[in-house]
Design a protein around this ligand. Sequence first.
Ligand code: ADP
Ligand code: MG
Length: 321
Amino acid sequence: MAPPIAKRFGELLGKDVQLANDVIGDEVANQVASMKAGDVLLLENVRFYSEEEENDPDFAKNLASLGDVYVNDAFGTAHRAHASTEGVSHYLPSYAGFLIEKEVKFMAPLLSAPEKPFVAIIGGSKVSSKISVLESLVRTCDTIVIGGGMAYTFLAVQGHTIGKSLVEDEYKDVASSFLAKAKEKGVQVILPVDHLCGAQFKEDTEAISVDATDIPENLIGMDIGPKTISMIVDVVTKAKSVVWNGPMGVFEFDAFAEGTLTVAKALAESEATSVVGGGDSVAAINKFNLADKISHVSTGGGASLEFLEGKVLPGIKALEK
Ligand code: ADP
Ligand code: MG
């Protein structure tokens, strides 16, 4: 029986896909030499070789020797300079596949000339992992919504009580200067004004509504509340482009999924160009079955985050020569 990937690939292509036992070497070279026009040969997993992640030039040259043209369509690994994503491009004419083309087509304008109003919705657990994307998007957006666990560090620097919510004390200065920068640029920042809390960080903890920005000392903020949700729905409805990265609450727990679900629905219903990136946000969109109503659901978790941070992705740069 053909291995699952070759089998599925063959079904999608409508033709047999042969599988090689290796990535480089004589046996593979012979298989390639005996291929006819239109044949498809799938190599073994390149990561079985440590040379792949080391971006070893000889390994890349060996890979390149198997073909005439290199097409990269792996957006999800484009932020890594590996032999099969970057190295190989030094030895062959190199092009982007349709997926990479689509990813760039939807995300690049957000950093240069987004359709306005442009709303960025950033959530997830940590300020530390999202501050670069905030600092990148604040250059082009009109409104930034900060939700999820990272919002409490921002609320704390504004002098609010946050109970036992997630907080990164070492990022308070960064959060504070971000807020100052947004203000200076005239970018509207929306932080939670009400919450759904729990006494313990557990799936079956009772959901307690807190109808105020301040959270009582014994509670943990686990989702945004209804007032915050309607503020977000309002800005999304008026937007021409929206990017969303990071859940608004602990959406894995059903009782705390409402904020994330409603934001996802607002994006799905909006006329705006909507882009969703990030592993957990995309998982949320899929969990709610809304992916086909979003203009673009990025296939790269780390790669889409780095793209939105304005970083040069080596796997894409390699194709720009
Ligand atoms: P993404 O993968 O979309 O970039 P992150 O990895 O940054 O998102 O964050 C996702 C995680 O953040 C989820 O597991 C979610 O449970 C968690 N999270 C969201 N809100 C909170 C909160 N209020 N407290 C703790 N964790 C939260
Ligand atoms: Mg994640």
